[in-house]
Design a protein around this ligand. Structure first.
Ligand SMILES: Nc1nc(=O)c(N)c(NC[C@H](O)[C@H](O)[C@H](O)COP(=O)(O)O)[nH]1
Ligand SMILES: [Zn+2]
Length: 164
């Protein structure tokens, strides 16, 4: 595995490229890393799993499957304690579909997920203001920008959007 932040963000961007374009969401990629062993525990991209799934959500659902189908909200019982989540677009704090936002999913793992690395902040296309960063930080989860891939990330994220 890459081992450096930019390398992991590129890995997440590779995931995002696999997401089927849609006008009503972003194509996002996510990678969950065990920082104690530098191992990639799971990857995910928007719509990878059935249903209107988000990249971060797919990471967690796949991990739950790997741990004998433990419910996603019980993952905290089976994961190691030094996790970093890399996601090309910051975790959503609200979803127009009404599905559970990824910030809530990550907050369930507060104490295990130490830091969320984001490639870009969420644009204002669907949600005027993403309040996720503040809520993550209040729970002791650092939110850190990984610079340098913004253009590529946004191009991939919005590929399904009607231009103009
Ligand atoms: N971090 C993140 N990962 C994703 O995989 C994804 N698709 C979004 N997108 C955020 C955007 O705000 C929502 O996609 C819209 O609000 C529509 O909501 P749905 O996706 O239909 O639930 N954000
Ligand atoms: Zn989300």
């Amino acid at each position: 595995p890459p081992g450096d932040h930019r390398g992991y963000m590129r890995l997440a961007l590779e995931q995002a490229r696999q997401s089927p374009p849609k006008p009503t969401n972003y194509r996002v990629g996510a990678v969950l890393v065990d920082t104690a062993t530098n191992a990639v525990l799971a990857t995910g991209y928007t719509l990878e799993l059935p249903g209107n799934t988000h990249a971060e959500q797919c990471c967690l659902l796949k991990l739950a499957e790997q741990h004998g189908g433990v419910p996603e909200d019980r993952l905290g019982d089976v994961l190691p304690p030094d996790l970093a989540l890399y996601t090309t677009v910051e975790p959503c704090s609200q979803r127009l579909s009404g599905n559970l936002p990824c910030v809530e999913r990550v907050l369930r793992l507060a104490g295990l997920v130490r830091v969320v690395y984001v490639g870009v902040l969420e644009p204002e296309t669907f949600v005027a203001e993403n309040t996720g960063r503040r809520r993550l930080e209040e729970a002791g989860i650092a939110v850190v920008r990984v610079e340098g891939l913004e253009e590529e990330i946004l191009e991939v994220a919005t590929a399904g959007h009607v231009k103009g």
